[in-house]
Design a protein. Structure first.
Length: 205
C-alpha cells in the first residue's frame, strides 16, 4: 500500500492535468455501441467513460479512491462503486465490456486483479487495458516521477501484461494505440493465443 493517498489530492485537478484519450479510438477498440454494461476499472473521475454514455446500456466505475469517484457522482448516468480491482463486488459474467485506462500500474496485485476482471466479464466480452508505453523515454520519466512521489508504480512492459492476461485464462494481444500508450486487448474463450498473435500482426502490419 503506498504511504500516501495521492489520488485524494489529485482528484479535484486530475481532469485538468491529464487529457482524456480520444473517444473515437477507444470506441473502435471496444467495439461500441453495445446494449450491455461497461465497467471502467480504476476509472477515477469517470472522465474516460463519461464519453461512452449513450453507447452502452450502463456505465459502472470501480475505484478504491472515493475522492476520485466523488467527481464522477456529478454525472447522472455514471454509477461509481468504491472497490479495488482485486476484489470487485459484482456477480460473475455481468459486464460486456471492461476498460482500464492508466490504472493497472497502480494496482497492488495485478495477477489477482486480472482474475477478477475476467470473472466479471461475459463469455463473449472484451477487456481493453490502456497503459503508458514504458518503452518510450518520456513515459520512463513519468514512471520515475511516480517512484519519487512514492506512488509505487509497477511499470510492466506490454508483453508481460499480455502474458499475465493469458495466464489468467484469456486470449490477449498487444496493439499500438499511437502516441505514448499501448493497448492490451483480451477476450475470454478457449485461449488460442498463437492465432491471436497472427491476427494482431496482420492488423498492424
Ligand atoms: C492515473 S488514475 C486514472 C483514472 C482514470 N482511469 C482516467 O484515466 O481518468 C489511476 C486510478 O487508479 C485507481 N487505482 C489505484 N489502485 C487501484 C486498484 N487496486 N484497483 C482499482 N483502481 C485503482 C486510482 O484510485 C486512480 O483513480
Amino acid at each position: 500500500m503506498p504511504l500516501f493517498d495521492h489520488f485524494r489530492f489529485l482528484a479535484p485537478i486530475y481532469r485538468y492535468l491529464v487529457p482524456a484519450p480520444k473517444p473515437d479510438d477507444l470506441q473502435r477498440a471496444l467495439e461500441l455501441p453495445i446494449s450491455g454494461a461497461l465497467l471502467d476499472v480504476g476509472g477515477g473521475t469517470g472522465r474516460v467513460t463519461a464519453q461512452f454514455v449513450g453507447q452502452v446500456g450502463q456505465v459502472v466505475i470501480a475505484d478504491p479512491s472515493t475522492a476520485m469517484l466523488r467527481q464522477a457522482m456529478d454525472h447522472p448516468r455514471l454509477h461509481p462503486v468504491a472497490a479495488p480491482a482485486e476484489l470487485l463486488p459484482f456477480a460473475d459474467t455481468v459486464f460486456e465490456r471492461i476498460v482500464m485506462v492508466d490504472a493497472l500500474h497502480h494496482f497492488q496485485d495485478v495477477e489477482n486483479a486480472l482474475h477478477e476482471l475476467l470473472r466479471v466479464l461475459t463469455p463473449e466480452g472484451r477487456l481493453l487495458i490502456q497503459e503508458p508505453d514504458w518503452r518510450k523515454w518520456t513515459m520512463r520519466l513519468v514512471s520515475w516521477g511516480e517512484k519519487i512521489a512514492l506512488m509505487e508504480p509497477q511499470p510492466y512492459p506490454p508483453e508481460t501484461i499480455v502474458e499475465m492476461v493469458r495466464r489468467a485464462g484469456a486470449r490477449a494481444h498487444c496493439m499500438e494505440s499511437g502516441g505514448h500508450t499501448v493497448w492490451i486487448v483480451a477476450e475470454k474463450g478457449v485461449a488460442d493465443n498463437a492465432a491471436t498473435d497472427r491476427i494482431a500482426g496482420e492488423m498492424q502490419g
